[in-house]
Design a protein around this ligand. Structure first.
Ligand SMILES: Cc1cc2nc3c(=O)[nH]c(=O)nc-3n(C[C@H](O)[C@H](O)[C@H](O)COP(=O)(O)OP(=O)(O)OC[C@H]3O[C@@H](n4cnc5c(N)ncnc54)[C@H](O)[C@@H]3O)c2cc1C
Length: 303
């Protein structure tokens, strides 16, 4: 059975683009996660559509992966196909004030392209370690900027394989959400519209934000960024700190001492450690402040 599925996937994307029993710790910034049955890296829209069709018809579960920078995969891994929209789909083009890019383009490259063209508006994105696709789904944002401010149009494929172009005003983007997320669409490409600016100022702002990240965030440890969403009127990190949980540890997972909004992997943490720690933090904060912390990190597999 496994061999037959592997063969079918190889026929769609080529032999080099299919891995079997691939450890997900290699593909998540948490450096945590067991094996995926199949790890597939399509290189164009048609391949994505064909893989989806195959999964649908063979009733094989699938999951779309970008750079795995907002993801916790269980220690048992994933029974099905991981479809990575990543470096095989990372073409980028700039024309005038617009940048078009495939969804696998790293946000850092996207922001650099804007700076190279003297375009302002994407500075906030330079330090977010995900793909453009992942950023569209989540309406990623930082330091006062969000994807919704710059997107002009997004091209997605539905789970049924239909190609859809969504103009910005129909993206329904909110705090860490979008129509793409709600409908379970797969992002293939996006166009952003930016404003002309001064290249030195754009680069200076990017450097300023990068320095702030180094200063405030535990970038020397694997993590998935902010573990919890910001509860209305509060900051998750501050609530966690005030609850006395700075440095709280389960196995090798820890509430960062530098920034309590981050759970970090001290080295060799299991998904179970991270999950248990998140549960504990959620429970203790709820007991102390009657505030529910909702995970921002997406979970995949059995917990
Ligand atoms: C150190 C650090 C700092 C961070 N700082 C920020 C920050 O400032 N602001 C912020 O918003 N986030 C931040 N993040 C979180 C993360 O980088 C973003 O959420 C990013 O947008 C996730 O992109 P990804 O490609 O890694 O997605 P993944 O983690 O691979 O996937 C996340 C979700 O998006 C879906 N997805 C991914 N690609 C696609 C696609 N092409 N089509 C459809 N669905 C897709 C996945 O199925 C999954 O549900 C940070 C993370 C780290 C590790």
């Amino acid at each position: 059975m496994k061999e037959a599925i592997k063969k079918a996937l190889e026929e769609i994307v080529g032999q080099d683009a299919v891995l079997v029993n691939e450890p997900m710790e290699k593909h998540t910034t948490f450096r945590v996660g067991g094996p995926a049955d199949y790890f597939v890296c399509p290189s164009d829209t048609e391949q994505v559509q064909k893989v989806l069709k195959f999964c649908r018809e063979s009733e094989t579960p699938y999951f779309i992966l970008g750079k795995g920078s907002n993801l916790l995969v269980s220690d048992e891994g994933f029974r099905g196909v991981i479809l990575q929209i990543g470096k095989n789909m990372s073409r980028i083009e700039r024309e005038g004030n617009r940048i078009w890019a495939q969804a696998g383009t790293p946000l850092a490259i996207f922001a650099k392209e804007a700076a190279d063209g003297g375009l302002t508006g994407a500075e906030f994105a330079a330090g977010i370690p995900g793909t453009l696709g992942g950023a569209v789904v989540m309406n990623a944002g930082a330091y006062g900027g969000e994807m919704k401010d710059i997107l002009k149009e997004v091209t997605v494929v539905s789970q049924e394989g239909e190609l859809i172009r969504i103009p910005a005003q129909k993206l329904e983007m909110g705090y860490r959400t979008s129509i793409v997320k709600k409908a379970g669409y797969i992002v293939l490409e996006a166009t952003a519209e930016l404003e002309p600016g001064k290249e030195e100022e754009i680069r200076a702002r990017m450097k300023e934000l990068a320095d702030l990240r180094v200063q405030k965030q535990p970038l020397d440890y694997p993590s998935a960024g902010s573990t919890f969403k910001r509860p209305e009127g509060h900051f998750a990190g501050k609530l966690i700190m005030d609850a006395g949980l700075r440095g709280y540890r389960v196995g090798n997972a820890q509430v960062s001492e530098k920034h309590c909004g981050f759970v970090i992997n001290l080295g060799g943490a299991t998904a179970k450690d991270v999950y248990q720690l998140m549960q504990d933090v959620g429970r203790i904060v709820k007991e102390k402040y009657q505030i529910e912390l909702e995970p921002e990190v997406k979970m995949l597999g059995k917990f």
